[in-house]
Ligand binder design. Sequence first.
Ligand code: IPD
Ligand code: CA
Length: 263
Amino acid sequence: MTDTEIELRYLVALGLAQEAGALAMSYANNRERMATRMKGRQDFLTEADGAVEMMLRSRIARVFPNDGFVGEEGGGDGAENLWIVDPIDGTANFARGEPHWCISIGFLHKMKPVVGVIHAPVLGETFAARQGAGAALNGGPIRVSDTTDIHAAAIEIGWSDRLPFEDYLGLVAKIGGMGASTKRSASGALGLCWVAAGRTDAYLELHINSWDVAAGIVIVEEAGGMFTDVWGGKRMDTRTAIYSNGQAHDCPVASLATHDGDT
Ligand code: IPD
Ligand code: CA
């Protein structure tokens, strides 16, 4: 795939993120359209999730008919050129009227994320990156933090009901015990953007899905950060993974993860 073909997908993703944001806001601004269902414990689904994903799926199929598409709600198959989309990440926040949610659009070539656009409409923030071209917030360059001191570090630790609560609590206790401040804002995709923008120093989650991170990995890496699963590999999903300013990889955060395998 040429740089031009990647750039084309980047530009399309930027436009689609804005369109998706406007569609999601049309639900957020109308309580009657905000019917919420539960997919599982603490796993919310709104009408907007399905509508935004359908819109993105059909637009991308029209412009790039040979590319594959995977979405959180509708699934999909792998492909050499693959879009991975989370129509609303931070759905619990979205359903409750909190501003911390986003649309996440990632594009992978041969399973390597090369384009990422994450748009948070209520916050008015669009994070974007493509391989080799740096990362930006609303068009201006961003960089990861340069924090090296764990006692000054802020580390977000993601949680879902997919693993026992004790695993999450154990990790928070260990990292807090090392002297870092810990937090959870309930959007994995934005959690990665916070690392990219230097607002936090690392994001760690014991089990995370590809649609939560496909776009964010490019944004973190292009902002000077690092992504690694705790086995030191580059597998993107369902594994314990750390996304950091690079320096935080030197602290023993990754080795503290207790979950030892896929689920
Ligand atoms: C979840 C959020 C959460 C993360 C979970 C995700 P959803 O996605 O990103 O912050 O910790 O792993 O499943 O349900 O809001 O789309
Ligand atoms: Ca998600």
